[in-house]
Design a protein around this ligand. Sequence first.
Ligand code: AP5
Length: 231
Amino acid sequence: MGLHNESGVVLLIGAPGSGKGTQARFLAELLAIPHVSSGDLLREHRKAGTDLGTIAQLYMDRGELVPDDVVIGMILARLDQQDARRGVLLDGFPRTPGQARALDVRLAERKTGVRRALYFAVSDDSLVERLSGRWLCESCQTPYHSIFSPSPAGPTTCGVDGGLLYQRPDDRREVVAQRLVVYMRDTSPVIKHYRAEGVLREINADHSIDDVRRSLEAVFAGQTVEALATS
Ligand code: AP5
């Protein structure tokens, strides 16, 4: 079903729990580009016990952002990998003005740029409800929700690969509150930046998972390779 997309960098921007990870899996398949989540990469480093993971843990558990230099280096290295050369779906990056500048510079060096920045707009009440019921697969990171999107394999088992489901420590209510403060403070300017660049599309993500998916399909409907690469 892939919509081939030459050098298309597409961003998913939105508050914690707005549904970026849920829609990213579908969108990456639609656009035929890899899904790269800064949060997932940081959690992989933590699990592997790397130095980067040890630094990241100090910030993630408090609901703070990991320092720009750490995250920028990690993402730019990922963009250099072969499978990301034609395009990539970036989920959760950039989320500070410094990260946006670093990304823009790297893409300009490659004579390309951000093609779409999809901003998931959701009310604060929905965010808290979504995060408090979220369960994730320990191995493939597929997100579920105990009410809105239960796993077909049961409450503790992933429907994709049979992995064990767990709840993220930073989904505790007090950490979520801090993540929302940080999001408003640091990521709002990034939304403004891409709006000024003319690439931002706001998605009303307060609807059901299927309705949000249909809105995303509509954004890319009828986009040829050429249209997406030059618009
Ligand atoms: P990260 O992992 O990126 O978390 P986040 O951005 O806070 O986003 P979430 O993963 O919490 O939410 P989501 O939007 O993906 O929602 P989901 O689809 O799962 O970051 C974690 C931490 O890592 C940060 O706090 C920071 O410390 C660090 N970090 C990461 N990137 C960084 C960066 N660039 N710079 C610095 N530090 C960084 O959905 C949530 C739940 O809702 C699920 O249960 C889902 O089933 C359900 N759901 C989804 N859509 C709907 C819907 N439409 N209706 C009902 N339920 C829904």
